[in-house]
Ligand binder design. Structure first.
Ligand SMILES: [Zn+2]
Ligand SMILES: [Zn+2]
Length: 360
C-alpha cells in the first residue's frame, strides 16, 4: 500500500488515503515519486472545469525513480530517474504522423491507463491525466516516462513534466519568440513563471509580466520580467505605453479566461502573435469584431502542452538548467505534503504564489 491524494467525486475535497497498486504489467513501469507539482489543471479536473472519471488519483507533473518494470520494458532499469509525461504519443495517429505529437489523438483516451484501488474498500481509481502523480508510487505505461537528463535534480525535474514544457514550448514552439522582441505574459503562476524565464532565454528584450496580485511582482522579476503591470481594465493601454505605443510582439496568456485572452490580444502589436496557454471553460466566450481582425493583422493561436515534443525538448531544457539559464527551483514557492494539496488549490484560486510542490 502507498499513500495517495484521491478525488472521491467532482467538486469534493481530495482525501489522502492508502491505495493498492497493481504490479507493472507488460509495457508498464512502477515509479516511486520524488516530487509532484500542483498544476492548475489538477484544480480544473477536481472542480469539473475539465472532465475526469472519478474516483481518481490526480497529479500529472512528477518525477521519481523506477522501482520495477513489467515484461518487455528493456530501456528502463530500476533506479533510473524519470520524468512523468502525461501526454504520451502513439506514433501512429494523424497528428503523430505530422510530427504534432502534442495533439496525439490517443494520448488521453484511457487506453494505456493503469488503475489502482482504494486500500479500504477496493474501489477502482482512475489516474487523472494518465500518470496519477499525487501518490508515493504509481504504475504507468512505459511511454509515460522519460529519463531525467543528467544534471537535473530529481525533485526539480518534476516541474519539467508540465509547467516548464508548457511555458518553454509556448515561447519557443508556439510563439517562436526571437531575440530583441517584446513579450507580455498574462498570469504569473507556475506556467507563467516558466514562460517568463523562457522569454529571457529566447533573448526577448522587454518582458512585461501581468498579474492581478501585486505580490507576484518580485517573483516575476526574478524570472526575467523587466516590467510588471498590475492587471486592470487599462492593462493593454499601459503595455502600449511601455512599447512605443505599438503593443508587444508576442502576448502569452497563461490564465484561460475570456477577459485575459481579450486583454492579451489588445496588448499585441499590429501583426504580432497572441498565444493562449491557459485552459478556460466553455462559459468563457471571447468576442472580436470583423474589422479589428482585419485591421490588426494579428495571429491568435492556441497551444497544447506548449506544442512540445517531450522526448526532444527535455534534453534541451536540461542544457538550459545546467548552464544556469533555467532556474527550476525559482518556480516553487511552497513545498508541501499530500495533505497540503487542498490548501494549494485555495492559494491558486486566490491568485497567490507560484508552484506548490509536493515533496515525498
Ligand atoms: Zn499541468
Ligand atoms: Zn498519436
Amino acid at each position: 500500500m502507498v499513500r495517495a491524494a484521491v478525488l472521491p467525486a467532482v467538486g469534493a475535497p481530495l482525501q489522502v488515503t492508502e491505495i493498492e497498486l497493481p504490479e507493472p504489467g507488460p509495457g508498464q513501469v512502477r515509479v516511486r515519486l520524488a516530487a509532484a507539482g500542483v498544476c492548475h489543471s489538477d484544480l480544473s479536473l477536481s472542480n469539473g472545469t475539465m472532465r475526469v472519471p472519478v474516483p481518481a488519483v490526480l497529479g500529472h507533473e512528477g518525477a521519481g525513480t523506477v522501482v520495477s518494470v513489467g515484461e518487455g520494458v528493456t530501456h528502463l532499469a530500476p533506479g533510473t530517474g524519470v520524468v512523468l509525461n502525461w501526454a504520451p504519443s502513439c506514433g501512429s495517429c494523424h497528428a503523430c504522423g505530422l510530427g504534432e505529437v502534442w495533439l496525439c489523438a490517443n494520448a488521453l483516451t484511457g487506453a494505456g491507463e493503469v488503475h489502482a484501488r482504494r486500500g479500504d474498500d477496493g474501489t477502482e481509481l482512475h489516474p487523472g491525466l494518465n500518470v496519477a502523480a499525487f501518490a508515493q508510487e504509481t504504475v504507468v505505461a512505459a511511454s509515460c516516462v522519460l529519463p531525467v537528463p543528467d544534471g537535473v535534480p530529481l525533485t526539480d525535474a518534476a516541474l519539467l513534466g508540465c509547467a516548464v514544457l508548457t511555458g518553454y514550448g509556448a515561447v519557443h514552439h508556439a510563439a517562436r519568440v526571437r531575440p530583441g522582441e517584446t513579450v507580455a505574459v498574462y498570469g504569473v503562476g507556475g506556467v507563467g513563471l516558466a514562460t517568463l524565464q523562457s522569454a529571457r532565454i529566447a533573448g526577448a528584450e522587454r518582458i512585461i509580466a501581468v498579474d492581478v496580485s501585486p505580490e507576484k511582482e518580485e517573483l516575476a522579476r526574478r524570472a526575467g520580467a523587466t516590467d510588471f503591470v498590475l492587471a486592470s481594465d487599462t492593462t493593454p493601454r499601459e503595455i502600449r505605453g511601455l512599447t512605443d505605443k505599438q503593443g508587444v510582439d508576442v502576448a502569452v496568456e497563461c490564465v484561460g479566461r475570456a477577459v485575459t485572452i481579450r486583454a492579451a490580444w489588445d496588448s499585441t502589436r499590429r501583426g504580432g502573435r497572441t498565444t493562449v496557454v491557459g485552459i478556460g471553460g466553455k462559459d468563457q466566450q471571447v468576442t472580436f469584431n470583423a474589422l479589428e481582425i482585419f485591421h490588426w493583422g494579428r495571429t491568435l493561436s492556441g497551444c497544447v502542452y506548449g506544442n512540445a515534443n517531450p522526448a526532444q525538448d527535455l534534453p534541451v531544457l536540461a542544457e538550459h538548467v545546467r548552464a544556469g539559464r533555467l532556474d527550476l527551483g525559482a518556480l516553487v514557492t511552497e513545498r508541501i505534503a499530500l495533505e497540503g494539496i487542498p490548501a494549494a488549490f485555495e492559494n491558486m484560486l486566490a491568485g497567490k504564489g507560484g508552484r506548490a510542490l509536493v515533496v515525498f
